[in-house]
Design a protein around this ligand. Structure first.
Ligand code: FAD
Ligand code: SIN
Length: 479
């Protein structure tokens, strides 16, 4: 491996989403490591910059009664479903990864808050969680943009960090004498090919935006759904051609609430109606009636919607509404203001709603006030304040149309607890890793099983990105 400037060693990170940025940050803790971060796009951030609900952590100092939150591991295992609970031989390895994710979650949140200066003081409860543990800031900037911009700013103060945008990695380079060891990458910049040597951290994100490619291959039934991801190809093939195993590739998350923009109802890429809108008190309606516990897992809420009659338009969509009462509107104020500005939510008085919706509000308000049990089993009502009587008539709610969207890919390359990319499957008796290659973030698989909990992707980026960066930098120094 070629030493970089002043005898330092270079760690190569591919992808500038939160996984890549976290890896870079961890690798730079070693004073003799340089980091070259190669990013295909013109600007850093990937899908991470779009994250809208926040990052999970437990127990953190921002959670109320945080010491009681010992259920993050069990919530994650339950959400991951049959791929773990049916006792397949590989479930011990999956559980080890989940343990790392959840045990290091508080440190991940505190790292972003204390070392990077991100405000994460507001905590909401998302679907499938038994308590609030998804952290975001109190200001106007959504959590993904806040985390990415502050992390990039901190990294750029370090003269050992080199961010190169517009550089698409096209190949992993292996040792001539030992083609199983990765020693660097080839990349394209300005239509010319270049190469660079060093240990490699791969953080190129998922394939939910690869509708005609990987999504059509692994989940043809979902390829025609709209998506929250911009169209872009998945990069897993670069890893499998170096011997990496993949797992759970058919496990694709359909988020229940992508906004249907009234001005472009059939557009393929949808703005996300953040899950925290429901966490802060929002409800879902079909023809004015609730039909599901809005805080069930995404898998449950999405499949319930997709069991309803689809809309009649040309796109594969459903006519569902999200409704926020005044309490939820205040708790989600900055998101609500943005969605109203985009024309995705509109304000209405309760008296202006149709009779079916007003009847639903009357019933639901009784459950939210603890006077009745919710018919769908909802037990957390966020900040819902409507009382259900005529006193509500002049109060304003926010309403928008939503539909299921492909959002996240749980499958990806197999990694171990050191974030090494594996040539062995999760079932194998012995683990074998590809020397010189680590991966983190959405490009990896096996942690979330059938269903990822909201807020756990940003978390996995920080936890496994940091592990990958540390390990790669330690190897760079040892060589
Ligand atoms: P990304 O952030 O997607 O970054 C990958 C980067 O790699 C990209 O910049 C890409 O251009 C680059 N790249 C790809 N191939 C190459 C190549 N060959 N060469 C060079 N560069 C390459 N998760 C949460 O936990 N909480 C949330 O609130 C949340 N909200 C979300 C909202 C939206 C609208 C979306 C779409 C996702 C949300 N998620 C959320 C999911 C989460 O944002 C992503 O899963 C996660 O950020 C992925 O991070 P990553 O670093 O693995 O990949
Ligand atoms: C959302 O804001 O609903 C997305 C959160 C996530 O994907 O974790």
């Amino acid at each position: 491996m070629a030493p970089s400037a002043q005898g330092r060693q270079t760690v190569i990170v591919i992808g500038s989403g939160l996984a890549g940025l976290s890896a870079a940050s961890a690798a730079l803790r070693s004073s003799i490591t340089d980091v070259v971060l190669l990013e295909r796009a013109a600007k850093p951030g990937g899908n991470s910059i779009k994250a809208s609900s926040g990052i999970n952590g437990a127990p953190t100092r921002f959670q109320q009664q945080s010491s009681r939150d010992l259920a993050f591991f069990s919530d994650t295992v339950r959400s991951a479903g049959g791929r773990i609970s049916q006792g397949e031989p590989n479930s011990a390895r999956r559980k080890r990864l989940i343990s790392l994710l959840t045990e290091r979650s508080a440190a991940a949140v505190h790292f972003l808050a204390d070392d990077i200066g991100v405000d994460l003081t507001v905590v909401a409860q998302l679907g499938g969680h038994t308590v609030p543990r998804t952290h975001r800031g109190a200001g106007k900037t959504p959590p993904g943009a806040d985390i990415v911009s502050k992390l990039v700013a901190v990294l750029q103060k370090n003269n050992r960090f080199h961010l190169k945008t517009g550089c698409e990695v096209t190949k992993l380079l292996t040792r001539t004498s030992d083609t199983t060891t990765v020693v660097g990458v080839e990349y394209r910049f300005d239509n010319q090919l270049f190469s660079i040597a060093g240990p490699v951290v791969f953080a190129t994100g998922g394939f939910a935006g690869d509708g005609d490619g990987m999504l059509a291959r692994y989940r043809p039934d979902l390829a025609s759904l709209p998506s929250t991801n911009e169209p872009r190809p998945g990069m897993h093939g670069l890893l499998t051609s170096a011997g990496a195993q993949v797992v759970d590739m058919d496990s694709v998350q359909v988020h229940p609430t992508g906004f249907v923009d009234p001005l472009a109802p059939n557009s393929h890429v949808k703005f996300l109606a953040a899950e925290m809108l429901r966490g802060e008190g929002g409800i879902l309606l079909y023809k004015g009636k609730r039909f599901v516990n809005e805080l069930g897992t995404r898998e449950h809420v999405s499949s319930t919607i997709m069991g309803l009659e689809p809309s009649s338009g040309p796109s594969r969509q459903w006519d569902v509404q999200v409704l926020l009462d005044p309490g939820a509107c205040v708790a989600a104020a900055s998101h609500v203001a943005f969605y109203i500005w985009k024309g995705l939510l509109s304000r209405m008085k309760v008296s202006e709603l149709d009779e079916a919706t007003r009847e639903t509000i009357r019933e639901y308000s009784q459950a939210a006030a603890g006077k009745t049990s919710d018919v769908f089993g909802r037990v957390a009502f966020g900040h819902w304040v409507l009382a259900g009587g005529t006193e509500d008539n002049d109060k304003e709610v926010c309403v928008g149309w939503v539909t299921p969207v492909t959002h996240f890919t749980m499958g990806g390359v197999v990694i171990n607890d050191k974030s090494e990319v594996m040539t062995s499957t999760l079932d194998a008796n012995e683990e074998t890793a590809i020397p010189g290659l680590w991966a983190a973030g959405e490009v990896t698989g096996g942690i979330h099983g059938d269903n990822r909990l909201g807020g756990s992707s940003l978390l996995e980026c920080v936890v496994f990105g940091c592990i990958a960066g540390e390990q790669a930098s330690a190897k760079a120094v040892v060589r």
